[in-house]
Write a protein that binds this ligand. Structure first.
Ligand code: NAD
Ligand code: UDP
Length: 318
């Protein structure tokens, strides 16, 4: 194997975003070590690469140290859906802190560059709208979302302390709500919930009155952004997200319109600390990475719905 080929470690590589990143790296002719504990990841997501000479699969939990020879670490391992990260919140906090600590230790040892998948959740329930990277956030330290929000905040802190103390090369991306093919049907996130409910002919569940907003980024756009960040010279943190802002009710209406306009929308209780609004300022991504999203919500939803139809219809899977 020529030494010029980049050796990439993708933690959380069997997950939703990770598997799309693995595809891009493999298609670019690079070497990929995909590491996952399969908590929310699935082997099917990366099965097209099994047996490929440039691809290796490692079952491992990032809360345990590991020794590997790599050039780049894309550190994505962490459940992202509130349902999954709240399932075992202590484990989520361990994954965020110990997982990032272990991966930074590895990066330092072998001189690799590490990219951390952080989140818009570091802004909490924001009092500043839209959110620039300079906003320091409004996060509850003791709520049901705190394991994830505070976990990602300390993970960012660790990255910058490794950079200051050891000169470790870091990149930090703050990812806003991302959707697309391969989300788990029982993932619990809003886009997958609405699509699965509509395809099953069930009412779509609005938490609260559906007036809270989110900004939805198609996964291909996100992956392009994080690749540019890794290859560039800015450590970040940099927001990557689609500034198009929608209420959750608007999203439900759009999904219903595309799948089955006769379905009901029903209201359920709003979970604790659910942020009221979220929209990224992407000036830094535009300026430093020449990046901006290219897939509109309607178009991205069509591609996501097609993928769910394929997976949820047994005859099509056979
Ligand atoms: P996902 O749940 O599909 O993927 C996470 C992956 O990490 C899964 O494959 C899971 O099995 C693996 N994992 C979890 N804990 C692990 C551990 N302890 N050891 C090893 N592997 C472990 O989620 P995703 O949407 O693909 O998110 C990927 C990353 O991006 C996460 O770090 C998440 O916090 C971040 N992010 C995602 C979004 C989004 O909207 N998708 C938004 C903000 C941030
Ligand atoms: N949501 C909803 N119905 C659902 C799932 C989620 O109304 O079936 C809402 C949720 O309360 C939140 C928004 O949609 O306000 C986005 O939720 P998600 O879990 O996708 O992501 P996050 O809250 O982390 O942004």
């Amino acid at each position: 194997m020529p030494s010029s080929i980049m050796r990439n470690l993708v933690t959380g590589g069997a997950g939703f975003v990770g598997s799309h990143l693995v595809d891009r790296l493999m298609e670019a002719g690079e070497e990929v070590l995909c590491l996952d504990n399969y908590f929310t990841g699935r082997k099917q997501n990366i099965e097209r690469w099994l047996g490929h000479p440039r691809f290796e699969l490692i079952r491992h939990d990032v809360t345990e140290p590991i020794r590997l020879e790599v050039d780049r670490i894309w550190h994505l391992a962490c459940p992202a859906s509130p349902v999954h990260y709240q399932h075992n919140p202590i484990k989520t906090a361990k994954t965020s802190f110990l997982g990032t600590y272990n991966m930074l230790g590895l990066a330092r040892r072998v001189g690799a560059r590490l990219l951390l998948a952080s989140t818009s959740e570091v802004y909490g329930d924001p009092e500043v709208h839209p959110q620039p990277e300079s906003y320091r956030g409004c996060v509850n330290t003791i709520g049901i979302r705190s394991c994830y929000d505070e976990g990602k905040r300390i993970a960012e802190t660790l990255c910058f302390d490794y950079q200051r103390m050891h000169g470790t090369e870091i990149r930090v991306v703050r990812i806003f709500n991302t959707y697309g093919p391969r989300m788990l049907p029982d993932d619990g996130r809003v886009v997958s919930n609405f699509i699965v409910q509509a395809l099953r002919g069930e009412p779509l569940t609005l938490y609260g009155d559906g007036s809270q907003t989110r900004s939805f980024c198609f996964v291909d756009d996100l992956v392009e952004g994080i690749i540019r960040l890794m290859n560039g010279s800015q450590p970040g943190p940099i927001n990557i997200g689609n500034p198009g802002e929608f209420t959750i009710r608007q999203l439900a209406e759009l999904v219903r319109e595309k799948i089955n306009p006769s379905l009901d929308l029903i209201c359920k209780p709003l979970p604790q600390d659910d942020p009221l609004q979220r929209q990224p300022v992407i000036t830094l991504a535009q300026q430093y990475l020449g990046w901006q999203p290219t897939v509109a919500l309607s178009q991205g939803l069509d591609r996501t719905i097609a993928d769910f139809r394929e997976r949820l219809t047994p005859s099509r899977r056979a």
